[in-house]
Design a protein around this ligand. Structure first.
Ligand SMILES: *Cc1c(COP(=O)(O)O)cnc(C)c1O
Length: 395
């Protein structure tokens, strides 16, 4: 916890929360970091203690000081009542959804949402008797037309992490609440540094901690941060399902968070530079980055975000699959893989098809999703120039 040593009551900046939050050296023999707590059994001294459940953690599955430290930092960043750490970003999405519904209820999911979250809806929620429908990500207040009396959860992801539509969170929250539903927002892209959905009316915020929080492509984690009203159900579902995040993984999240502000600032500037530069390249039809003035949701982005992330997509002129292979197969620095958020740049050809149902993707051309890491910026541009030349040649 943070001691207010200065005696002032000014709210602490996000940078200070990231460096001082969630740790107490006095509890750790003066060592700076809360160490990795590994433990299942937690001991009680007397029957009276057992009967009164007198331990902060009753059992290792309930958490430990390492996991709790991470939860404290994320709650402070998101302005949340509390945060639950989970073993993956997908687990955060599934627990968040399950905390809102029971058999007979209905869920609305943005068409732009992370694909495995959709699969959970279609392959799991529907089997429990929960109907799952999809909405056009830019629908805003128009969501009202889709609400049913049994709609209990609306899932948003802003911007969508393949196609980068910005969603009108205040409008969605208003509609959801009017219908008795909760709004869940996947905030992985912007991180809490640049977007705080709870302040805009959301009830639950989920993160793929695997990405920006961990920051080094070497661990999995997810978080759910909630309002006070939404907390109890999240805590209960997590407990009933037995999800647990190890102290080892939580330690890597905490370590990543200490440099999140610096990394986000660097990712933001470098990504905008590459995105802007790409706009002027001959093969490029469109750059999908909400921080660019050319993006259709730029005004909404400016209203609700204070910065942008490391991830965007670029649409290249139509060309056969061989051109896509020529683009990615011989890149020297960009590598191909799912995920993002690490120090290394990634390039992923995107196929949008069956995972668009509310509004099919109709743009011609080949879509590539880029994550801009920390290599030399001119080296990254040269890699892209060469890739685009091969793309043209292979057409
Ligand atoms: C990767 C990702 C997730 C899932 O996180 P995992 O830790 O890989 O399960 C959720 N949402 C978004 C936007 C993601 O990019």
């Amino acid at each position: 916890m943070i001691d207010n040593k200065t005696g002032t009551s000014a709210p602490l900046s996000i940078e200070t929360l990231l460096t001082h939050g969630g740790r107490n050296p006095d509890d750790q023999f003066g060592f700076v970091n809360t160490p990795v707590y590994r433990g299942s059994t937690v001991l009680f001294k007397t029957l009276a203690d057992l009967d009164a459940q007198r331990q902060h953690f009753l059992y290792g599955r309930a958490g430990n000081p390492t996991t709790e430290g991470v939860e404290e930092i994320i709650s402070a960043l998101e302005g949340a009542y509390r945060t639950q750490l989970l073993p993956s970003g997908l687990a955060a999405i599934t627990v968040a959804l399950l905390s809102c519904v029971e058999a007979g209820d209905d869920v609305l999911i943005s068409d732009s949402a992370y694909e495995p979250g959709r699969s959970f809806g279609d392959g799991f929620l529907t089997k429990m008797g929960v109907s799952v429908r999809y909405y056009e990500p830019r629908i805003g207040a128009g969501l009202a037309a889709l609400m049913q009396p049994n709609t209990r959860a609306v899932l948003a992801e802003s911007p969508g992490s393949l196609t980068f539509e910005v969603q009108d969170i205040p409008a969605l929250a208003k509609v959801a609440h009017a219908g008795g539903a909760k709004l869940i927002v996947d905030n992985s892209w912007a991180s809490p540094l640049y977007h705080q959905p709870l302040a805009l009316g959301a009830d639950l915020v989920v993160h793929a901690g695997t990405k920006m929080f961990v920051g080094h492509s070497d661990a999995f984690a997810g978080t759910i941060s909630t309002t006070e009203a939404a907390w109890e159900a999240v805590s209960r579902v997590r407990r009933l399902l037995g999800f647990f995040t190890s102290g080892d993984d939580a330690y890597l999240v905490a370590r990543g968070l200490r440099t999140l502000a610096l990394r986000m600032e660097a990712h933001k500037n470098r990504t905008l530079e590459i995105a802007r530069w790409l706009e002027s390249q001959p093969e490029v039809q469109q750059v999908l980055h909400p921080g660019l003035e050319s993006h259709p949701d730029h005004a909404l982005f400016k209203r609700d975000f204070s910065g942008s992330g490391s991830l965007f997509s670029v649409l290249l002129a139509p060309a056969p699959r061989a051109s896509v292979a020529a683009f990615v197969d011989q890149m020297r620095l960009f590598t191909m893989g799912y995920s993002w958020g690490g120090y290394e740049s990634l390039c992923l050809p995107v196929k949008l098809g069956a995972n668009r149902t509310a509004k099919p993707w109709t743009k011609d051309g080949n879509l590539f999703r880029l994550h801009i890491g920390f290599e030399g910026i001119d080296d990254l541009k040269a890699d892209l120039v060469d890739a685009m030349a091969r793309y043209t040649l292979a057409r």
